[in-house]
Design a binder for this molecule. Structure first.
Ligand code: KPL
Length: 306
């Protein structure tokens, strides 16, 4: 009976974060429909029997989900989790825009800084909730994920109208924040300090701490970031950014950063939405961030030329 009344959540993006969150929402007995980008992915999901697998230190969670593509939708979407790559979010939401209304609950859980504001501007009639998570994971197959680190998720709205979905409140490690903009900015700062360097030095997050050259670069990245933060009057942390970044590198020492995972898999990275976002803001403030600029260029070159 309870299942009949269960709320339906659609999930856009079936990477590691989308799959981990499918598992979390499934644990709340919510009905889940994955929205795939094309028929090919939909067909390949069907061959698994619509099974999503998420392995964590709690064991293997395997569950069935409904699945569709945007052009097969026939009714408005009530609840949507957007867990795409940052560079895909605007176009993915555009394909669903006929089925999203001011009544839809839309939670956007993406990396980077800037796309969130772009969504708000592009779809002024929609109410977005933004989330920043430190959950860590990686894919071991098309629909198989390892949930490597149980993180914390902060949820809030930039316009002040959205709320944490009521049913999510039953999940552990979830918190509402009054200032999600600041949380996203802080996450950007950490990602600028760690992600491109893990690609440059081809190493796990924690290994950066033992490479003097990487630490020297991290210190420059952090001071350039702090200069932009001061110029844009955003309060970063109570302690220096470099210390915070070192702390995150230590606490996630075994992780292969999302950017290095993308490079190793030959995928496009989120460098434009991470370091690129900082470089854009620097330009608007009339300030230079040469070291971050050079890393932006390096990663774009690696994406293109391998
Ligand atoms: O967010 C991350 C990422 O890999 O994108 C960090 C914090 C670097 C953890 O791996």
């Amino acid at each position: 009976m309870a299942r009949l009344l269960a709320k339906m959540w659609h999930i856009l993006g079936s990477g590691a974060i989308g799959s981990i969150w499918a598992s979390k929402l499934n644990s709340l007995n919510l009905d889940i429909t994955l929205i795939f980008r094309d028929e090919e992915r939909l067909g390949s999901f069907a061959t698994t029997g619509n099974l999503v697998s998420v392995r964590s230190d709690q064991g293997l969670d395997q569950f069935q989900c409904l699945a569709t593509t945007a052009n097969k939708l026939t009714t408005p979407i009530q609840n949507l989790l957007v867990a795409t790559k940052a560079f895909d979010a605007v176009s993915a939401i555009t394909t669903l825009s006929n089925w999203l209304t001011a009544e839809s609950t839309i939670v956007v859980m993406i990396n980077g800084y800037g796309v969130q504001q772009e969504l708000q501007t592009k779809f002024p009639h929609l109410i977005f909730t933004f989330a920043s998570t430190t959950d860590g994971g990686y894919k071991t197959g098309e629909f198989e994920t390892v949930w490597a680190g149980q993180g914390k998720t902060l949820v809030g709205s930039i316009k002040g109208t959205a709320k944490t979905p009521k049913e999510w409140e039953a999940l552990p490690q979830i918190e509402a924040t009054e200032d999600i903009d600041l949380i996203l900015w802080r996450k950007l700062a950490i990602n600028c300090c760690i992600n491109p360097l893990t690609v440059k030095y081809n190493c796990r997050n924690g290994e950066l701490l033992d490479i003097p050259g990487a630490m020297a670069e991290m210190s420059i990245i952090a001071s350039e970031f702090e200069a932009i933060s001061n110029a844009t009057q955003k309060h970063l942390f109570d302690t220096p950014l470099l210390d915070q970044a070192k702390l995150v590198a230590r606490t996630t020492q075994g992780n292969i950063s999302s950017m290095l995972q993308d490079i190793r898999a030959g995928r496009r990275t989120e460098i434009r939405q991470i370091t690129g976002a900082l470089c854009d803001l620097a330009e608007q403030s009339g300030l230079a961030v040469p070291h971050n600029q050079s890393l932006l260029k390096l990663i774009i070159d690696l994406e293109t030329n391998g």
